[in-house]
Ligand binder design. Structure first.
Ligand SMILES: *Cc1c(COP(=O)(O)O)cnc(C)c1O
Length: 369
């Protein structure tokens, strides 16, 4: 099998960067970020896009736009990264961690229902590894409990299910463009929403409330600077134009690695739902070996970078700064302890993937022995 070629690579980018560099410095920031936002809204079929400096900043602006603040509780999967939760805490809101179902990786909605209180304002599902869960279940749960939905779709660009794109189900969808995500720009992020008022709030929030939303005075509210720099916006825009190719490539890379690993003892591919058009963010394998987490860490030391092994990904409810009272999220812990999620970029050629496969096969075989 050969991986699909992705056109519009380095030379096109170099030409576009040269144009922007020739216009710099430009204290106004120039037109590129606005053009990127236009192209994002077209690519995702959503009326408004707001470009920011990171995925974390997108979540921060989104939560602020939705009016989340002091004393509000937000349901968030323990199966996530610190970056999802930090913006909540920064706004004075309280994260309430909910468990996930090891069979589907989706939110455990029974657990979520038990954790709803009169202070619960929102649910923040995280489409970890590009897997988006069941949009109908999410929408039904949110409307039953009158909750705002803000999606952390940082890893889910290109995933869809039941005709719905990840990041477009909720009131706002948040994305990261940090290198390693499928749609990359070095650093960067954006949010998508159908609501003009929320987009205007987010655009003001990322720039110290200047320009302010219509009818408000500039600088009349405390906010922050999380503008996306023009050179990064140019990279992002070039990659939005080849988004479908980038997603197709990631899917092919993941399919190739999983295919090569078929039959390796102790490793079983974690398939997406039957109706899910998964973006293939990371080849996912259930590790059915002794000391599964140790195995993932061992692979990282052998050069196969992966979520749990390289980043010590643990359930957020077990992190000291968020520690929760009550029952730990055991489903999330089980998923993280037993999942090998291999980290890929578009520079991973077939030869590199085959090397990963060889290392994983060799180590799994000797680990089990
Ligand atoms: C990358 C990521 C973030 C944070 O994005 P940054 O651009 O690094 O701030 C948040 N949530 C998830 C699930 C991510 O993968």
């Amino acid at each position: 099998m050969t991986l699909p070629a992705v056109h519009g690579g380095p030379q096109v980018l170099a030409d576009q960067l040269a144009v922007v560099l020739a216009q710099m410095p430009d204290p106004s920031g120039g037109p590129v970020a606005g053009q990127l936002e236009h192209d994002l809204s077209v690519a995702f079929g959503v009326p408004h896009a707001v470009a920011v400096a990171s995925g974390t900043a997108a979540l921060h602006a989104a939560l602020s736009a939705c009016g989340i603040g002091l004393g509000d509780e937000v349901l968030v999967p323990a199966l996530s990264v610190v970056m999802t939760v930090a913006p909540l805490a920064a706004l004075g809101a309280t994260p309430v961690f909910v468990d996930s179902d090891p069979a589907t990786l989706d939110v455990d909605y029974d657990d979520a229902a038990r954790k709803v209180t009169p202070r619960t304002r929102a649910i923040l599902p995280v489409h970890l590894w590009g897997r988006m869960g069941d949009p109908a279940a999410l929408t039904a749960f949110a409307s039953a409990h009158d909750l705002i939905v803000i999606e952390d779709a940082a890893q889910a660009a290109g995933t869809a299910r039941d005709g719905k794109r990840a990041g477009t189900i909720g009131t706002i969808g948040c994305f990261s463009m940090k290198d390693g995500k499928i749609l990359w720009s070095g650093e960067g992020g954006f949010l998508l929403t159908a609501r003009r008022d929320l987009a205007e709030h987010a655009a003001a929030f990322r720039s110290h409330w200047q320009p302010a939303p219509p009818g408000q005075d500039p600088l009349s509210r405390l906010a922050t600077n999380s503008r996306l720099a023009a050179p990064l916006a140019v990279i992002a825009q070039a990659n939005v134009h080849r988004l479908q190719n980038l997603v197709a490539l990631r899917r092919a890379q993941t399919r190739h690695l999983l295919h090569t690993l078929q039959g390796v003892p102790g490793l079983v591919a974690l398939d997406p739902a039957a109706d899910e058009q998964w973006n293939g963010f990371a080849p996912l394998l259930h590790i059915d070996l002794p000391e599964a987490r140790g195995f993932a860490e061992h692979l990282a030391r052998q050069g196969v970078r992966n979520s749990t092994g390289s980043f010590r990904l643990v359930p957020c409810d077990t992190r000291p700064m968020f520690s929760q009272h009550g029952r730990p999220c055991r489903g999330a812990a089980q998923i993280l302890d037993h999942t090998l999620a291999v980290l890929l970029t578009e520079r991973d050629t077939e030869a590199i993937l085959d090397r990963y496969a060889a290392v994983i096969t060799r180590e799994a075989t000797t680990w089990a022995a």
